[in-house]
Ligand binder design. Structure first.
Ligand code: FES
Ligand SMILES: [Fe+2]
Length: 403
């Protein structure tokens, strides 16, 4: 962790104050926030080890023993269905001498056995076997379970939090009903497609790209601009005081088919959304959960920081259970439609991934200088203010140290 002195030279009170002016009078975060190792470490400590991070979907682990692993801030986590109605998360390191216990990214197990000396853990994390330990004085297996990580499942998404004292996630999201989040049936949708990329950009660059429509005409001239042009997008910077935000591509029932029209059944509840919220919701739960629930599928991404200028992005596509089942069974009509959504997602995400790396190549400048926010970027500005209140505020000039 950087010393308070180092951070004070990197996080300047006047630069934070400039971000906090009204949006159209404010200045952006300076470039070094996107490459400084000290600021990156501060973000891991203050954000990624304290906030709720989505790791995947409950539908990916339908049976007892099914698991997947992911890494947040160099902390590997096992997410496992330990009982029919229980999903748990454990830190993925052995309590003997720290070896990673599970090396697969997904699978199914009756228990977890450490590959180094064979300690064996039950699905609930309890240590059940420690070979050759009878003579070790005072050793009791009950004292050495895998460390637990808090878990909460929201609309089928599995979120974890390393902070034992973290406030629950659900109360922070109850007001997402304002835009009808509860009507999209996200919980009942199932994961059918998985993507993953390692990108040369800071995690914030990736999330910010998701939060503004200003780039649509330039980055998505065909994929989005022809069907839902920039001017049809609306930002809701004041929709909630909770750590989530929304923009909306205002075209009723917009989805990822080539025409933008749904190819699958649409729940009647979604046909009667207030005009203001009828379209493609572009929803972000800070810091890195990015979700596009449409009337007939859900596309979501999570950005995992892998270094100041490295981000692993996972993207998943989910369909209502009946569509997912027909797809898996090879129903030719359903397969054709689903593949159309997949091809379109492939195309526009490649555009976003590319521009984030191009932006990062420029952000590496040591020359400083800050830009301004446009009227189409209030959600980027909102996220920057959240970063200040959550991570940077107390760390720079006049603050109380690195924490
Ligand atoms: S490190 Fe796991 S059993 Fe030794
Ligand atoms: Fe984009």
């Amino acid at each position: 962790m950087a010393t308070p002195t180092t951070l004070a030279s990197l996080i300047k009170a006047e630069e934070l104050a400039a971000v906090q002016r009204p949006e159209l009078e404010a200045s952006n975060l300076p470039p070094h926030y996107y490459w400084s190792p000290e600021i990156y470490e501060l973000e891991l400590e203050r954000i990624f080890l304290r906030e709720w991070i989505c790791l995947g979907r409950a539908d990916e682990i339908p049976n007892v023993g099914d698991f997947f692993t992911r890494t947040i801030a160099q902390e590997s986590v096992i997410v496992v269905r330990s009982a029919p109605d229980t999903i748990r998360a454990h830190s993925n390191f052995c309590r003997h001498r720290g070896c990673q216990v599970v090396t697969e990214t997904a699978g199914s197990a009756k228990s977890f056995r450490c590959p180094y000396h064979g300690w064996m853990y039950a699905l609930d994390g309890e240590l059940r076997g420690a070979p050759e330990f009878k003579e070790t004085v005072g050793f009791q297996k009950k004292d050495y379970p895998l460390f637990g990580v808090k878990v909460e499942v929201y609309e089928g998404f599995v979120f974890v939090n390393f902070d034992e004292s973290a406030e629950p996630l659900a109360p922070r999201l109850t007001d997402t009903t304002i835009w009808g989040a509860d009507l999209y049936g996200m919980e009942g949708r199932r994961t059918t497609h998985r993507w993953e990329w390692q990108l040369d950009c800071n995690w914030k660059a990736y999330v910010e790209n998701f939060l503004e429509e200003y780039h649509v005409p330039w980055v998505h001239p065909v994929t989005f601009q022809q069907v839902v042009p920039m001017k049809s997008w609306i930002d809701f910077p004041d929709i909630s005081t909770q750590p989530w935000e929304l923009q909306l591509a205002q075209q009723p029932e917009y989805t990822f088919s080539t025409s933008g029209r749904p190819l699958f059944d649409v729940d009647p509840a979604l046909k009667s959304l207030p005009t203001e919220y009828a379209g493609l919701p572009v929803w972000c739960v800070y810091p890195t959960f990015m979700c596009l629930p449409t009337v007939d599928c859900t596309l979501y991404y999570v950005a995992f920081p892998d270094g100041p200028e490295k981000t692993t992005v996972m993207m998943r596509l989910c369909f209502p259970d009946a569509v997912a089942t027909a797809y898996e069974q090879g129903d030719p009509e359903i397969v054709g439609k689903v593949e159309e959504y997949v091809a379109n997602a492939d195309e526009f995400i490649a555009e976003d991934n590319h521009i984030c790396e191009v932006q990062q190549a420029g952000l590496r400048t040591r020359r400083g200088g800050t830009g301004r926010y446009c009227k189409h970027e209030p959600l980027v500005w909102k996220m920057h203010r959240w970063l200040i209140s959550t991570a940077y505020g107390a760390a720079g000039n006049g603050g109380n140290g690195a924490g």
